[in-house]
Design a protein around this ligand. Sequence first.
Ligand code: ASP
Length: 449
Amino acid sequence: MKVVKFGGSSLASGEQIEKVFRIIVSDPERKVVVVSAPGKRNPDDLKVTDLLIDCADRALRLGDAGDLFHSVLDRYILIAKQLKLPEGIISRIHDDLLNVINGDKSSPDHYLDAVKASGEDNLAKLIAAYFQAQGVEAHYVNPGEAGMIVTDEPGNARILPEAYDHLFSLRSRSGILIVPGFFGYTENGKVLTFSRSGSDITGSILANGIKASLYENFTDVDAVYSVNPNVVDDPKEIKELTYREMRELSYAGFSVFHDEALIPAFKAGIPVHIKNTNNPNAPGTKVMNERKAVNGPVIGIASDQGFCSVYVSKYLMNREVGFGRTLLQILVELGLSYEHTPSGIDDISIIIRQSQINEELEQQIIDRIYEELHADEVKIERNLALVMIVGEGMRHNVGTMARASTALARAGINIEMINQGSSEVSMMFGVKEAEEARAVQALYREFFD
Ligand code: ASP
């Protein structure tokens, strides 16, 4: 039994949904189909999820969604027309959308999640109707009814462990099961979404839940590329990746697959196969426990912007018991999460996502570290990019760090920070955001050209 997930661009129009249908029926093992909301039809188009966020914002401010309501509904009307579906499905979607937009606004965050979730929910209903119209037994499955129970963290829900037991029973249902991605229900019945692009997470949870033999993730590229194709022309495709490599690359900026989506599949040992809806015969990229082909130390290079570093220096820091704990406690009390903590003998840097801190908070961090830790120096440096080279091969290859730092030096790029994860499958370089693209290109030339 396979779980198959389709992203928004694979479902953006009737024509795309016809391709999805052909893919599903060509393999009888494709049992559970997870769908996103309709995505972009062209680069200038809008995703339904973004339109829904605008609807919710407006309704929260002004009491109704105005014309935005129709901009969402029209996407479904068009798809239904292209697929020649009877009127009934559209009146069902109309009523559902109206209901959700007029819903309880007492908690804006929960309200926003309910509106966002309707994007996938209504598309799953439409797709089930289309499959049925083609004479194929298919059923819409509501995630709450299936047992997808999540934590009460709006916009960032996490699955609860007991959900997996409930989901197992989906195996015994008949027909193809069409499940909306991106959301679950809290124990007391509230709709909560995962973080953005979270349908990948739903697919992975379902693959674990039903103990699938494979989790297929259909998107709009032939494979995962070794580097962002917007930064390097015609980069190499990756045929096989380990879970760890994929997790590191997704975390550091590869947007093909959500970084939180690997763990459920990985825990159940289910391989993930990334494929292209528009070219389903291309081999795609397989993500699995171990890979055979090791082509040199580095398999991929990723990068992401929007980080800042909190640099703290104090002579004899290494001998001060509890220094790190107090420092991190300050972050806890200010409600901040951190990404990395490279450290030396007398200094430590804490890398934080910049979006979490404004100027006022920045000053509070600095003041508290001086006061509570009597630091010699505290400074916050903004606008950093993290560039990461990833590959299982690094564990067995000597000199990867030397090659990488020499390549950056040759390109005249100053390295602000270096961090090698304990897993030894990645190395990370902090550079100024303005140097990010050049850093990635220099590393690509070194390891792939
Ligand atoms: N539609 C949601 C988003 O745009 C979830 C997804 O597509 O996976 O974030």
